[in-house]
Structures are given as structure tokens and as C-alpha cells.
Design a binder for this molecule. Structure first.
Ligand SMILES: *Cc1c(COP(=O)(O)O)cnc(C)c1O
Length: 394
């Protein structure tokens, strides 16, 4: 017996639920790639993405996933033989670094336990030791979906400044943009990248890279430039140059609608919604953890992300929980990845999410714990409801 029929609830950290309005906006014929309306669409999207990154710098839009955005960021500012510093806080910064290595860039990882956030003091210390300024760029992830951590990007910039180091600061915002504040210019971020399929509520397939003046200056002498990713080429007059070929029209139609929804809600309100729903999830997990089997991956409560919660499962395989939620309840939870493979599950709460989706996901998870007789503190869903009822006033 199951109670799964009906709309499936996708609670994985990407791709996330695509709003019906976004799907509908994509349900239309292709248009002339030389049409004025497509040019206007591109202009509006580039401007709004810069607004969302909070930068006066340019945003480039690529037909690519997040990994493509990573490569775009590197090729535009680095040369073979350059050295970069990767700030570990989960699997994603490491993965970004590995990509650079394959491109002939020397990488150094500032190692960090994947249950903690990046330590700005360690960054400062490492940079101070780099007297020759060999480090050309620092890579850091704002929210690492593999560990569930949120890193303090402004604090990383302050550490760089205290060390008086000229390094570029490059930030992955794939799992954070649209879900929490990101202030590219105010925080002194030189290159920021994102993908379409997480907080931005659009199907996978678009990557965004924003660059400030310092990044554009580095671009001039970058040796890894290739035509497809190249910022200079994409600044060309003709519209097709903005995409180095045929624009991914339907994804652009979808993105336009998604950004309209996000901006109509207001970024601040969207951030607040994410904070409330994330805390509701944490209240439930806190309750369940009383059974001594489940626990938070991120030890410091202040460093737990508002877009995803990573739950460790001690002494047993988490897979039956995922299977039960999916097959019996129609809720898809995220598997543990990287260091947490086979040791955790993840509850995503980013993008197009609201109270019933999150409470439903928590309910299905609690049902799984009960049905599988996994020791857990009861009343997790109740704790989530109590929290939301207190914070969301009548
Ligand atoms: C999902 C994710 C990526 C990778 O995006 P893809 O579209 O799968 O290539 C990169 N960084 C972070 C933090 C992510 O969560």
C-alpha cells in the first residue's frame, strides 16, 4: 500500500520545483533569433541578474549547467600555470578546484572539516604567508549543498583585505542566490557564478557569471580564454554573440517568468521565506535527533544553510528513509553526496517552496522514521508547525 499518488514533491537540492507559471511561459513556439523582442529579453535578463547578484558589473548568460559556469569563470580570468586557493567547506569547492586542475591551473586546497564553515582567520594567515602574491584567485562556495554549510563571504573578503593580498575572490552562489542575501559589490566579490535550477526556479541549463572591473582587467591577459566562454566575444554588437550562437530561447522565456515572480515577491521577502522554512526544518530535525540516530551535519547552528539541511544517519543506511519517502509518500529527498555518501540524507528548501511543501516533506520523513522504526524524538512536524505559527502572525 502507498499514499504516493498525486503530485510528487521534489525536495532535492537541485533541480528544484519549477513553478507552473514558468513551465507555461516556456510552452510556446520558437521565435526569430534576430527579433527585437528577443534582444530586449536578453537585455532585461542581464540587467535583472546583475540586480540579483547586487552588482553594477556585467552578467553573462550561458547555455550550460553550473559546471559550465565554473569553467566560464576560470577561462576568463586565469592562465595555465596560475595558482589558486580553494576554500574547502564541502564537496563543491573541491569539485570546482578539480576542474581548474584539469585546465592546467595549480590548485591548493585550504583543507577544512566538511562539518564546518570556512575559517576567515585561516584564509588571512595563508595569504599573509604568500609574500610573492602567487595566489591569483580564491574559490569559495556560499552555500555548499554537499555539506549544508553557509559561508560568510563578506568575512572572507575582510580576511583578504587584512592580508593586503591582490587575489581575485570568486564565489559559487548556485545554491544560495535568491534564497539569502548576496552582495557582490558590497562584499568585494570579483566573480560570482550561479545556475538556473536552484533558488532561481528555472529548469537546469543556464549558467550565470557576473564580473566586476577587477575581473575584467584580469580577463585581458587571461591565457585560458576560449571562444565559447569568452567575455570579450560576448560583448560583441550582434545579439547571437551574447550566447556565442543560438540563444537558449525557451530557457530564457522561463527565466524571465521566474525572475518576475522573484522580484514581485521581493528579494527581501524571498530571503525571509527561506529563513522561516529552513528554521522550521531545523526544528523538526532537532526533535528527531533526540533519538540519537539522526543529527545535523553542520555542527554550529549559525552555519546551517537556509536552502538545504543535511541530516546524518548514524549506524545505519539512510537509503530506506529515502525509498520510503519516495515510494510510499511521493516525496523525493536528496541523497548524501561526497563525504556523506551513504551516511546522510538532505532536505532541500530552496526556490519555489512554501509551508505545505516543507511541512509535507517533513511529515513524509517523520512517517518514514516511524514506519522503519528508526529511533527518533517524536513531534518534529509539530515543532516545525509551532515555530511557523509563532513567526507567521495572523
Ligand atoms: C548544484 C551545484 C553546483 C553544480 O551545478 P550543476 O548544474 O549540477 O553543474 C555547483 N555548486 C553548488 C554549490 C551546487 O549546489
Amino acid at each position: 500500500m502507498s499514499v504516493r499518488h498525486g503530485r510528487e514533491v521534489l525536495s532535492i537540492p537541485g533541480p528544484t520545483t519549477v513553478p507552473d507559471e514558468v513551465l507555461q511561459a516556456m510552452q510556446r513556439p520558437a521565435i526569430d533569433i534576430y527579433s527585437g523582442s528577443l534582444v530586449k529579453l536578453t537585455e532585461s535578463l542581464m540587467a535583472d541578474m546583475s540586480r540579483i547578484f547586487a552588482t553594477r558589473g556585467k552578467t553573462y548568460i550561458y547555455a550550460a549547467n553550473g559546471h559550465g559556469g565554473w569553467e566560464a569563470a576560470f577561462t576568463n580570468v586565469l592562465s595555465r600555470g596560475d595558482k589558486i586557493l580553494v576554500l574547502e567547506s564541502g564537496r563543491f569547492a573541491i569539485g570546482w578546484g578539480e576542474m581548474a586542475k584539469m585546465m592546467g591551473v595549480e590548485i591548493e586546497v585550504l583543507a577544512q572539516d566538511q562539518r564546518k564553515a570556512v575559517e576567515p582567520a585561516a584564509v588571512e594567515e595563508r595569504l599573509k604567508a604568500d609574500k610573492a602574491h602567487a595566489i591569483k584567485a580564491i574559490m569559495v562556495v556560499q552555500i555548499d549543498t554537499a555539506s549544508g554549510v553557509v559561508n560568510d563571504i563578506a568575512a572572507v573578503r575582510k580576511a583578504i583585505d587584512r592580508a593586503k593580498h591582490p587575489t581575485l575572490l570568486m564565489v559559487d552562489t548556485v545554491a544560495s542566490l535568491g534564497t539569502m542575501p548576496f552582495e557582490m559589490d558590497a562584499w568585494g566579490v570579483d566573480v560570482a557564478m550561479c545556475g538556473s535550477q536552484k533558488g532561481l526556479m528555472t529548469p537546469p541549463g543556464l549558467a550565470f557569471v557576473a564580473a566586476n572591473d577587477k575581473a575584467h582587467a584580469a580577463h585581458k591577459s587571461a591565457g585560458l580564454r576560449t571562444m565559447y566562454w569568452d567575455w570579450t566575444f560576448r560583448q560583441g554588437e550582434q545579439h547571437y554573440m551574447k550566447y556565442c550562437g543560438t540563444p537558449p530561447e525557451h530557457l530564457l522565456f522561463g527565466l524571465r517568468k521566474a525572475l518576475d515572480l522573484l522580484l514581485a515577491e521581493g528579494l527581501e521577502n524571498a530571503f525571509k521565506r527561506h529563513a522561516l522554512l529552513a528554521e522550521a526544518v531545523r526544528r523538526a530535525v532537532e526533535r528527531w535527533s533526540q533519538g540519537q540516530v539522526l543529527s545535523f551535519n553542520i555542527i554550529d547552528p549559525a552555519k546551517r544553510a537556509n536552502s538545504v539541511t543535511n541530516v546524518l544517519v548514524q549506524g545505519r543506511d539512510p537509503q530506506p528513509i529515502l525509498d520510503y519517502a519516495r515510494e510510499k509518500c511521493g516525496v523525493v529527498l536528496g541523497v548524501g553526496i561526497g563525504d556523506l555518501t551513504g551516511k546522510a540524507f538532505r532536505i532541500a528548501h530552496m526556490g519555489h517552496v512554501n509551508a505545505p511543501m516543507v511541512i509535507g516533506t517533513l511529515g513524509a520523513t517523520e512517517m518514514a522514521l516511524k514506519a522503519l522504526k528508526i529511533p527518533h524524538g517524536s513531534g518534529g512536524v509539530q515543532a516545525a508547525i509551532d515555530y511557523l505559527a509563532e513567526k507567521v502572525e495572523a
